[in-house]
Design a protein around this ligand. Structure first.
Ligand code: SF4
Length: 292
């Protein structure tokens, strides 16, 4: 039995979860910065196989409390299929408290409100969605496949179905050319979505991706660590949130930050200012320790 096919990725906050790979790869797989699933052809794992894997986890982690559904966009699997998986999980782990999954805008937009409610009722409570940027120019350049407005609409559908949302923005994705637009538009879109959780990670160029080649051939200029902090400061200054948990604890980030927005904004900006002046949390995380 093959528990996992290829490399597995999960959000930092799912470190203690059972990772159940129900889909392989990403149904989109076109973003120019992303190398996560380039080696995989998207497919949905047969239910029989998933059942065997759940039985394996049941034997080895009978008291599991959290399950994360992988890969890239597990929510894109058919709703009836996912409900079967959720029923199996519920019957296998008596202490199960939380099921979460990555969700692409396409899944949220194509599933009906009723389907989303059903998935919520059957146990998925938290969805991780990569906004990446709120700028349509940046989204188009990186081939995200959706406009900011479409992503907002998908997120609103998810919130109406009572999912908690965790949104990711990628610092530096606009490069030197579009950093201000990236910061301001991302702040505007995140404010409209008003997610429960917000995370930033910092762009790292992955060999083999289109963006890596663009940078090599000077069509894209990567921001320096201090420019990333300037961009992050501008982003935070323009957010309008009431109770969003913000984390920037991903291993790709130069400066770890954590707080609740907007109430902790001044504190977070002070930490950034001190780092920019090379005081406080200094030095920043060195390049050789950064990873995705
Ligand atoms: S960033 Fe997300 S949607 Fe884009 S290719 Fe990677 S996994 Fe797929």
């Amino acid at each position: 039995m093959e528990i996992y096919r290829g490399n597995i990725f999960r959000p930092p906050s799912e470190a203690n979860s059972v990772i159940l790979q129900v889909t392989v790869g990403c149904s989109h797989n076109k973003c120019t910065f992303c190398g996560m699933y380039k080696d995989k052809v998207f497919q949905i794992r047969p239910l029989k196989e998933v059942k065997e894997i759940i039985n394996f986890f049941k034997l080895n982690y009978p008291f599991a409390e959290k399950v994360f559904l992988a890969d890239g966009d597990a929510l894109s699997a058919p709703t009836e299929y996912l409900i079967e998986v959720l029923k199996m999980l519920k019957n296998s782990f008596p202490r199960l408290k939380k099921i979460s999954s990555y969700a692409g805008p396409k899944s949220l937009l194509t599933k009906s409100a009723e389907e989303l409610h059903l998935l919520r009722e059957h146990g998925i409570s938290l969805l991780y969605l990569g906004l990446e940027s709120g700028s349509d120019t940046v989204l188009k350049k990186v081939q995200k496949g959706f406009s900011a407005e479409e992503i907002i609409n998908g997120c609103q559908k998810a919130k109406e179905a009572n999912f908690e949302l965790s949104i990711t923005v990628i610092s530096g994705l606009g490069g030197k050319e579009l950093w201000q637009e990236h910061a301001l538009s991302s702040a505007e879109v995140v404010s409209k979505i008003s997610p429960h959780f917000l995370a930033t990670l910092t762009l790292m160029l992955v060999p083999g991706t289109k963006l890596y080649k663009d940078a090599e051939e000077n069509r894209f200029q990567l921001l320096s660590s201090k420019e990333i902090l300037q961009e992050l400061k501008l982003f935070l200054q323009n957010l309008n949130l009431s109770n969003t948990v913000f984390r920037s604890n991903h291993a790709s980030n130069y400066l770890p930050l954590r707080g609740v927005l907007n109430q902790d904004r001044a504190k977070l900006i002070k930490i950034i200012d001190e780092a920019l002046e090379e005081k406080g949390i200094w030095p920043l995380r060195p390049e050789y320790l950064r990873r995705l």
